[in-house]
Design a protein. Structure first.
Lengths: 366, 307
């Protein structure tokens, strides 16, 4: 939150640390951890996008990863040889649009899906949005899994591979590049790309938070009836928050597809939505620094679990009783419950949010 | 014509199960104004518990019918404890918190149950032992088997029983009073917490039976079965008018029919573009359509607008 307010020296120190991070990580922990840092950045972008919906506007979106999927498939279809299979006449080599053209398109497509989904539900109580988004997250996977016949659009469960890497000024990020005599491996290059985007998302979130729209969202979150009595068009504002969150999700999805070079429906399960929600809730809803903290913690957690739980169980029982994957989900679920019960405003609460969620006021009259 | 009749039969059987689960959603919603996201997982736990008890009992040489009855008891008891626990842990402390909080704990409970079930019963599908005779009957060209008949009749009987409880007993009177106005009910000497706990337990007991029915009908049980089932049953509750018991029953049967007919004819309707593998998307479109055109549902009278 205070990232930008800090004095120039601190800001410069932060920037330099972040710029050196891939090299430090590479030297201390190995290349694999730079990749994990890349994913952490992606997750932070996603979590910040969801934070607009859940944290600012107070709308529960349980299918957020679906928008990520929409964005990812947008780039997968328009940046790979895949469409040659479905339309060999029109696209003999597939479609290879530049990433920078697809990125806004992916965001817009995801945003439109958000509008389509939000328009019927947002005029009703928040619970409906939660369950509709939950359903949407599952439906999109059914479509991705089945739209391989009779026209092979998504290639079904096998997913789409050989997606073009992101290119910046005609330099491919998927190969090691020598810049000023320093070798930058691909994961480092993507780290800088994601870092730039994360910074952008942070700045946009910050500006939004303080803007007229942001304040209106928070007013709606705290008391919708009062907000609408103050003349706010609550439905349109909620729709805006929802669509904007979806756009961030779509843009992150396109980045993900470019980075991975491969997408399949498996990456977009309900568990991923829950994980992103968990980042927002754990860190502190409505607080940018908190959400970033949540993103970092939860992106690293699976690795920590893999390196600690398996050997521990091997030592204790001689075999792996509980696999780290389900243990992780179990922890997420428990975290959601425990956080809501004991620390509803998150690890790093925003001041406004703490006041609201911690309130123990009289029950609303029925 | 036979296909139509067959799809109607399948739809009604499946729909009666949806109705049982939908009742659980609608009862809780009527009383607390809260969607119990974890309800689908309670159904799954019911199915798994019943299956485990059944397998164990059959393994000990207990005859099928007593074994089945006892497993139903075990599943119901287990789910009632679970329902009670969910309410106490995840919902009661947050009754006066912001709207978002109980929704988030609900999804948390749901994830925890799913993953615990996966740890206990594994990722694989469990097949349901064949117990009662599974003779098929020819019914005007369509085929219906004994299990389907039992499911349908039992579901209707349970629903009738629930209506009697809600409308003819002191407990039911208290439940309706709490649903109408919690504070007024409290002033009239109704123990609200007790009524809410009993509502959760009642809904969970229905869920346990529904879980057993689903796994008997398909011959399978799986740790992930509760998720989609819960979503569909919720759709059924909304379709009928959430908070309305008759609505949940009607909505369940209707949704079963829509789904079964839809899956049966989608191939013809879309010229073969989409097949029955899209069966699961119907409920979702029904949900969206209801929310657009009639958010209060078919039988719901008040449009819930308590922000």
């Amino acid at each position: 939150m205070k990232l930008v307010r800090k004095s120039g020296v601190q800001l410069a120190a932060l920037v330099i640390t972040l710029l050196l991070l891939p090299f430090i990580t590479d030297a201390l922990l190995g290349r694999g951890w730079v990749r994990i840092a890349d994913f952490a950045m992606l997750y932070i972008m996603l979590a910040l996008g969801l934070n607009i919906v859940v944290g600012y506007a107070g709308l529960l979106d349980l299918g957020y990863i679906a928008f990520f999927a929409v964005g990812a498939y947008c780039y997968a279809l328009t940046g790979s040889p895949h469409l040659a299979l479905a339309f060999p006449m029109a696209f003999p080599d597939g479609v290879h649009l530049s990433f920078w053209i697809v990125l806004p398109l992916a965001a817009l497509t995801a945003g439109s899906f958000g509008m389509l989904l939000g328009a019927p539900t947002l005029r009703l109580r928040g619970d409906y949005l939660a369950i509709v988004t939950l359903g949407f997250g599952e439906i999109i996977r059914i479509f991705l899994n089945n739209l391989n016949a009779p026209i092979n659009l998504t290639n079904g469960p096998q997913g789409i591979s050989r997606i073009d890497p992101v290119r910046v000024a005609d330099v491919s990020l998927s190969a090691t590049q020598n810049i000023f005599g320093i070798a930058f491996p691909s994961v480092h290059l993507y780290f800088y790309l994601f870092l730039a985007f994360t910074a952008l998302v942070v700045i946009v979130s910050r500006r939004l938070e303080r803007s007229r729209i942001g304040r209106a969202w928070m007013a709606i979150r705290e008391d919708e009836i009062a907000a609408s009595a103050m003349g706010l068009n609550t439905r349109n504002l909620k729709l805006l928050a929802f669509a904007m969150g979806a756009m961030f999700g779509g843009a992150s999805g396109a980045l993900f597809a470019g980075f991975q070079g491969f997408v399949s429906p498996e990456s977009f399960s309900l568990m991923e939505s829950i994980m992103v929600l968990c980042m927002v809730v754990l860190g502190g809803m409505g607080n940018i620094a908190g959400v970033i903290l949540g993103g970092v913690l939860l992106a690293i957690l699976p690795e920590v679990l893999r390196h600690s739980v398996v050997p521990l169980q091997q030592a204790l029982f001689g075999k792996t009783v509980v696999d780290p994957e389900s243990l992780r989900m179990l922890l997420f679920g428990t975290a959601l419950i425990v956080m809501m019960l004991y620390r509803p405003a998150g690890l790093l609460p925003s001041r406004v949010r703490r006041r609201e969620l911690g309130s123990d006021e009289a029950p609303e009259s029925l | 014509m036979e296909i139509l009749l067959q799809q109607i039969i399948n739809g009604l059987v499946q729909g009666s199960v949806y109705a049982l689960v939908a009742l659980g959603y609608t009862m809780v919603y009527g009383i607390l104004g809260l969607i119990n996201f974890a309800h689908g997982e309670v159904v799954m736990v019911g199915a798994m518990l019943a299956l485990s008890a059944l397998t164990a009992l059959l393994g000990m040489g207990v005859p099928p019918v007593p074994a089945l009855l006892f497993s139903v008891m075990v599943a119901m008891a287990g789910c009632m404890v679970l329902g009670y626990g969910i309410e106490r842990i995840a919902y009661r402390p947050l009754r006066h918190a912001s709207r978002l909080a109980p929704l988030i704990t609900a999804i948390g409970v749901s994830i925890v149950l799913q993953n615990l079930a996966m740890m206990i019963w594994g990722r694989e599908y469990h097949s349901f032992p064949q117990l009662i005779s599974n003779d098929t009957h020819n019914f005007g060209g369509a085929i219906i088997n004994d299990i389907q008949i039992v499911i349908f009749i039992l579901a209707l009987a349970i629903m009738a029983g629930l209506m009697v409880v809600v409308h003819r007993t002191r407990l039911g009177c208290a439940m309706r009073a709490v649903a109408e106005n919690q504070h007024a009910a409290q002033l009239m000497g109704v123990d609200i917490n007790r009524v809410i706990s009993i509502t959760f337990m009642l809904g969970s007991a229905l869920a346990a039976i529904a879980g057993l029915m689903v796994s008997a009908n398909y011959g399978l049980a799986h740790y992930y079965m509760g998720f989609l089932l819960g979503l569909k049953a919720f759709t059924a509750a909304v379709l009928g008018g959430i908070g309305n018991l008759r609505g949940a029953m009607l909505g369940g049967l209707l949704l079963g029919l829509i789904e079964s007919l839809g899956a049966g004819y989608i191939g013809d309707l879309t010229g073969g573009f989409m097949g029955s593998n899209y069966q699961d998307v119907f409920a979702f479109f029904v949900l969206i359509a209801v929310l657009v055109f009639r958010p209060s549902g078919l039988l719901g009278e008040r449009l819930a607008e308590r922000a």
